[in-house]
Design a protein around this ligand. Structure first.
Ligand code: ATP
Ligand code: MG
Length: 504
């Protein structure tokens, strides 16, 4: 069988970074080929070269057995190579259908007019094929990230791609949406489409992949069948053994209550939510996407208003009008949407880590202690293994997972007693995940109160001392971190209460 794609000895450098060093890869018709490796290993770069976004420095590429030099995204599309990028690229003010057919809209009246009706019919046909209940005319900026992702997939399908690259497609999808995506992938496979699947989620790789190629630090490690034990794949990825996280739950019952949330309420999103966290405690929030966990976090952080309820920090009631109020009271919030709230992508790594806490580096009220700032930033970069050529690198140029590490570093440096982490390890590789778990345990042991929201049940279980489960805006249960199982959490996460409006 002629491979759809063959890559040999491919190399690519960016200023200060050898992103790819003599990498090889091939893709067969009808296979799902997973590409795995730690943050910054070069996965996205390799695929961007195949998709014509970057040009290679050296090496050979073949498509259907013919040597090619892919020079632009349009060139890649003409070779039936489609890519769904790690970052979404949609236009917020346009409709779903307009985004899909941007620049190649169907025309009528001899090409003079846009054929809106045809445009929407074509998009509807794609959505039908995906079993996606979405009106083609919906504006993109009214959709959740998950649904925007689905539109990106529809767009890639619209190009009739024979090669489909998916760069972390499920990072923001819930389980039902992942099932939908996998169904579409299986269908494409049966049509002979080859799929490159990049993900840090091991369970997904095991479910969907046929082969796995592992990369490390810009080099090719090996290609193995997906039935290879995951521990072996992880060892190939990280090149070291991972330390297990200590999972003993400390007794914090006599510790001071740092955060006390009382009867928060807002419409249907937050329904009478109360909880408290003590010094040294890690409180996990589990639940399905849309259960209201992020809404609660944003309300506690003063980012969204509430109708009623109070937030107390160290026994004092705080004003809840803005994030500034919350930070002043010692509450930090790492948002799930790092692109919009977490990162100044045009600034360098050191600035992103230290700017929000610059006040602590004022000397005699005036001078900034530059060496101390750099030292703190460097410590964080080392500790979290942020892959960057220097502290002066613009964060936009870091790989997706490394950008996330910078946001985490920023909140770790800020001196907050209460830290709320919303999906802290989204897009983060398995090695860095365990580093972050260790850090959170350290922070708790130092006497902070930590709240962790995560959609990954194994993560909530591994991290939390105590777990609250939410469903439809309310807390449906509380369990200890050492006795809970995925099953108990799932049962609570789907414990719907009858809707009072629909009861007759
Ligand atoms: N445009 C760019 N300019 C400079 N450096 C870059 C650029 N794009 C990527 N890099 C660097 O190349 C290396 C590989 O990055 P790449 O995005 O391919 O990693 P990745 O394997 O996709 O990681 P992740 O899992 O975090 O998405 C990283 O060190 C990154 O910082
Ligand atoms: Mg990437």
């Amino acid at each position: 069988m002629t491979p759809l794609v063959t890559i040999r000895n491919l190399s690519k450098s960016f200023p200060g970074v050898k992103a790819l060093d003599k990498v090889q890869f091939d893709l067969l018709p009808g296979e799902v080929h997973a590409l795995m490796g730690e943050n910054g290993a070069g996965k996205s770069t390799l695929m961007k070269i195949l998709a014509g976004v970057y040009s290679k420095d050296s090496g050979e590429m073949q498509v259907n057995g013919h040597p090619v030099d892919i020079t632009s995204p349009a060139h890649a599309q003409s070779l039936a190579i489609g890519i769904i990028h790690q970052e979404l690229h949609l236009m917020g003010h346009l409709s779903a259908a307009q985004n899909i057919y941007l620049g190649r809209e169907p025309r009528k009246a001899m090409g003079l007019l846009l054929d809106e009706a045809q445009l929407n019919r074509d998009a509807q046909a794609l959505f039908d094929r995906m079993h996606l209940a979405l009106a083609p005319t919906t504006r993109i900026d009214t959709l959740t990230v998950a649904r925007q992702q689905m539109v990106e997939i529809a767009k890639a399908l619209s190009f009739k791609s024979r090669v489909l690259i998916m760069d972390e497609p499920t990072a923001a999808l819930n389980n039902a949406e992942i099932d939908d995506l996998f169904r579409i992938i299986r269908q494409l496979k049966s049509e002979g489409v080859g799929i490159v699947y990049i993900s840090h989620k091991m369970d997904e790789i095991q479910r969907i992949a046929d082969r796995i190629t592992v990369m490390r630090d810009g080099t090719y490690v090996d290609t193995v069948p997906a039935s290879t034990p995951m521990s072996q794949v992880i060892a190939m990825m990280v090149g070291r053994t991972l330390e297990a996280v200590d999972k003993r739950i400390p007794d914090t019952s006599a510790h001071e209550v740092l955060l006390d949330v009382r009867h928060l309420h807002r419409g249907r999103a937050i329904r009478d939510v109360s909880f408290s966290v003590r010094r040294g405690e890690i409180l996990g929030f589990a639940g399905l996407m849309g259960a209201g966990r992020t809404e609660v976090a944003r309300a506690v952080f003063g980012a969204d208003p509430v109708e009623s309820g109070e937030v107390w920090v160290r026994g004092q009631k705080i004003r809840l009008h803005s994030p500034e109020d919350a930070v002043r009271a010692g509450i930090g919030y790492l948002s799930e949407d790092r692109k919009h709230f977490g990162l100044a992508t045009g600034m360098d790594v050191a600035a992103n880590i230290t700017l929000p806490s610059l006040k602590s580096w004022l000397q005699w009220g005036v001078f900034l202690n530059q060496p101390a700032i750099r030292q703190v930033a460097q410590q964080m970069v080392d500790k979290l293994r942020v892959k960057t050529p220097s502290l002066a690198q613009t964060t936009r140029l870091l790989s997706g997972g490394n950008q996330q590490k910078v946001v985490i570093a920023k909140w770790l440096v800020r001196d907050c007693e209460v830290l709320i982490f919303d999906e802290p390890t989204r897009g983060i590789d398995i090695g860095a995940k365990s580093e972050i778990y260790k850090l959170l345990h350290e922070l708790a042991a130092q006497g902070r109160a930590i709240v962790v929201i995560s959609s990954e049940l194994p993560e909530v279980l591994q991290l939390s001392h105590r777990i609250l489960v939410m469903c439809e805006g309310r807390i449906t249960g509380e369990v200890r971190g050492d006795t809970a199982t995925q099953e108990t959490l799932m049962a609570l996460a789907t414990q719907r209460t009858p809707d009072p409006l629909s009861v007759h």
